[in-house]
Design a protein around this ligand. Structure first.
Ligand SMILES: Nc1ncnc2c1ncn2[C@@H]1O[C@H](COP(=O)(O)OP(=O)(O)O)[C@@H](O)[C@H]1O
Ligand SMILES: [Mg+2]
Length: 259
């Protein structure tokens, strides 16, 4: 499954949410940093590791010979087990215009025949070179929002835009969800869900983080959000899948939306 995260203007938290979700994801997962403004995870969580590969090199490889079988070589481990891996984002945002988002979206929608999920950090909606193709191929699109009036208003606008078939952005209204970062300022998860007209989950850093990121309140909260989102995307994936064909070949997440 491909789960795309994005935000409206003035609503930070997409990268942090993507990282927390990936580390908490109930299955094998790749966190793909597709924000055209550049990747952040290696500089922050990765403590300034220099990227040896990632999206920029994957793009070069794809131009030479396609993307088949290329992805693995460009992933880094996010956790000790390797269950969560990272496709590091662009270190130079100027290269975003060279990325073939359509080709990449197709590859990410069916990693290992759908056995590995992809959480894609797509950055801010409407940014230049925004990976709209990834949203179109996604099983679920999650708008990351704050809980202030300003943030909720901007997110409502974003949801309306994603719903609008004419923008060619969303995968359909049913597959939209919101992730509320830091609720209660002043709105809560339920009010925000109602205002946006989409299911909302909360991801908060709650109390001050502990010494270890993995034991922090943020990651504890992420665990339930990750399970909820995985179920949400899976439910949508099942709804969109065509009726079983007579052949035994399984339908993968990548085979569904041909638009
Ligand atoms: N779940 C969260 N709870 C509290 N603060 C957060 C959370 N997520 C992000 N932030 C704050 O927002 C800042 C920007 O987050 P980031 O994830 O990099 O945003 P974006 O990717 O949307 O630019 C972080 O440095 C952090 O201070
Ligand atoms: Mg970011």
């Amino acid at each position: 499954m491909l789960i795309a995260l994005c935000s409206a203007k003035g609503a930070p938290g997409v990268t942090t949410s993507g990282l927390a979700l990936a580390l908490s994801w109930p299955r094998g997962v790749v966190l793909a940093e597709l924000d055209p403004a550049g990747g952040d995870v290696l500089a922050g969580y990765g403590r300034a590791q220099l990227s040896a590969g990632g999206l920029a090199e994957l793009e070069v490889a794809a131009r030479r010979g396609g993307l088949d079988g290329q992805l693995d070589a460009h992933l880094l481990r996010l956790d000790g087990t390797g269950r969560a891996r990272l496709l590091p984002g662009l270190s130079d945002p100027a290269t975003a215009r060279h990325v073939g988002w359509e080709r990449l979206a197709t590859a990410l929608a069916s990693v290992k025949g759908g056995a590995v999920d992809v959480v894609a950090d797509c950055g801010r909606l409407r940014a230049e070179h925004f990976p709209a193709a990834v949203l179109r191929r996604a099983d679920a699109v999650v708008v990351v929002t704050g809980s202030t009036l300003r943030a909720v208003r901007a997110s409502a606008q974003a949801v309306a835009e994603l719903r609008d078939e004419g923008t060619g952005l969303g995968p359909g209204a049913g597959a939209l969800a919101a992730l509320v970062v830091g609720p209660g300022e002043p709105y809560g998860e339920r009010e925000i869900g109602e205002a946006l007209g989409v299911p909302a989950a909360v991801l908060s850093d709650g109390a001050p983080a502990g010494r270890l990121f993995a034991q922090s309140a943020l990651l504890r909260a992420a665990r339930s959000a990750a399970v909820g989102l995985a179920e949400f995307a899976a439910a949508h994936e099942v709804r969109l899948a065509p009726p079983p064909a007579s052949s035994a070949s399984a339908t993968t997440a990548g085979g569904r939306h041909d638009r």
